[in-house]
Design a protein around this ligand. Structure first.
Ligand code: ZN
Length: 482
């Protein structure tokens, strides 16, 4: 499947590049600061974040059909390895030239070469970032070179200038191609993949040069495999890479086995999103759950990484473990929600980012009801988690939008998911596919709204339009609110 997807990706990348970036979404968790450089960060806000906790008390209770979680685990824990993906193992490495001198980073953010005897600041955590085609349309494998066994600083290259910077990780300038040669050496290329190579230099910060021949190659010496920063599992089919800090294992009681199951669940979600939309941005998606983040969860539209705040994840993924004991198959709403954003990037149906991803989360749960896939926003207790037949109940908070309630995202989701059930999700899927294959993707949100609703109506029995299922006055409030 990966190869097929990669081919499709090549075609999609170019069109995506031409589109404008997604609009900045409002973070409802206002006490958290914005990322340092976030032109278009999308946040889960009230639908995956902490603000929904205040709403958690009025939880409708779904009717569970318990399955044996242990039986499921047995069938779902096989995962790929880095060898299967043909990528360099996550681990600490040193980069040494033929004369023994080693690459090192300095406290003031420089890269330099030090003598063979030096071991201080010479270790880099190498972690692959994209195992296939990336957003730029260039095939290959990208890596991040973190400084030491920490994920706080990385090797950064911009305009041929090398430095060490805080790992905000939303920038391709952190990405590296590590080209392996037959003699066992490697070259480091920057993301543009030109012949820019780290070379010996009198300049203390190191340098980049095109097609340099002298001392271009490093021996890459493994110091230790793995990292204390996260435990990595790769889904069975290899499209989802899940990296979770051990605090989730210890405090949240999430075993590595359970983590592997989650990676495979997210793999199925990944395939379901693709099936629904016929659109795929990334050949591999990484979920990083190992840092303190400025939001509960978020993505950047031009990056294949889901960021999940570690402290929040300890509690949220911990609930998944508690749910196992009740036979509740929790796929984690936050991760589903963030992944869903990736399947809306630059699409002609995207009139409201948070609505559009949650609409698709509902489909993922509906489609995978055979394994009783469930999810619930973070405000719900571990006893409450919604399957595809009940997820709309989670959003059934108010009976109608009025001038006093104003725009209400939950109500909008309830309206649309109810409508999808009425006309059949397969007809909704036809609408997604039709829009996906239009020659150009609409970007005006009002036109997207019209396109999405009218295209669904085209396939609906009796051409029922979702707008006609809204109560009096709601449509105007929706249009004013999106
Ligand atoms: Zn979101």
């Amino acid at each position: 499947m990966k190869k097929i997807l990669a081919c499709i990706l090549c075609l999609l990348m170019l069109s995506s590049l031409l589109s404008c970036a997604g609009s900045k979404e409002t973070a409802t968790n206002t006490n958290k600061k914005e990322p340092a450089s976030s032109p278009s960060v999308e946040t889960p806000d009230e639908n995956a974040g902490t603000s929904s906790e205040s709403k958690g008390t009025s939880t409708p209770t779904p009717t569970p059909t318990p399955v044996d979680p242990l039986e499921k685990k047995k069938n779902n824990t096989a995962t790929k390895t880095e060898d299967d993906l043909d990528v360099i193992h996550v681990g600490l490495y040193e980069f040494a030239l033929a004369d023994g001198r080693k690459l090192a980073y300095t406290a003031d953010g420089k890269l330099t070469l030090v003598s063979a005897e030096t071991s201080e600041n010479t270790e880099f955590l190498v972690s692959f970032q994209n195992a296939g085609t990336d957003k730029t349309g260039r095939a290959g494998v990208r890596y991040i070179l973190y400084c030491g066994d920490s994920v706080s600083k990385s090797v950064y290259c911009l305009n041929n200038s090398l430095s060490v910077k805080d790992s905000t990780d939303n920038n391709m300038s952190y990405n590296w191609n590590i080209e392996e040669h037959e003699d066992g050496t490697v070259s480091l290329r920057n993301v543009s993949n030109k012949r820019y190579i780290i070379v010996d230099s009198d300049k203390p910060e190191g340098s980049m040069a095109p097609d340099a021949t002298a001392q271009k190659d490093f021996k890459m010496n493994l110091i230790s495999e793995g990292t204390s920063c996260f435990h990595q599992t790769i889904s069975e089919k290899g499209n989802v890479i899940l990296r979770i800090n051990d605090k989730v294992k210890v405090r949240g009681d999430m075993s590595y086995e359970r983590q592997a199951k989650l990676a495979n669940d997210l793999q199925i979600a990944y395939e379901t999103y693709y099936e629904l939309t016929d659109y795929l941005v990334w050949d591999s998606i990484i979920a990083r759950v190992y840092r303190s983040e400025p939001y509960f969860g978020y993505i950047y539209p031009n990056w294949n990484v889901i960021s999940f705040d570690l402290t929040s994840a300890i509690q949220d993924l911990g609930k998944a473990v508690l749910r196992d004991d009740l036979g509740i198959n929790d796929w984690n709403f936050c991760l589903l929600h963030e992944m869903g954003h990736m399947f809306d990037a630059y699409r002609g149906w995207k009139f409201h980012a948070e609505f559009c991803t949650n609409m698709k989360v509902a489909y993922v749960l509906y489609k995978n009801s055979d394994v009783d896939a469930r999810a619930a926003t973070s405000g719900y207790s571990y006893k409450d988690c919604f399957d595809g037949a009940h997820i709309k109940d989670m959003w059934n908070k108010i009976p109608v939008m009025t001038s006093s309630t104003g725009f209400n995202l939950d109500r909008l989701l309830y309206i649309f998911v109810s409508y999808a059930e009425t006309i059949g999700w397969d007809n909704v899927k036809k609408a997604y596919h039709e829009i996906q294959h239009l020659p150009t993707q609409e970007t005006d949100k009002y036109k997207c709204f019209e396109l999405f609703t009218n295209t669904m109506a085209k396939y609906a029995p009796n051409n029922l339009n979702v707008k006609d299922t809204m109560k009096e006055g709601e449509l105007d409030i929706v249009l004013a609110g999106i």
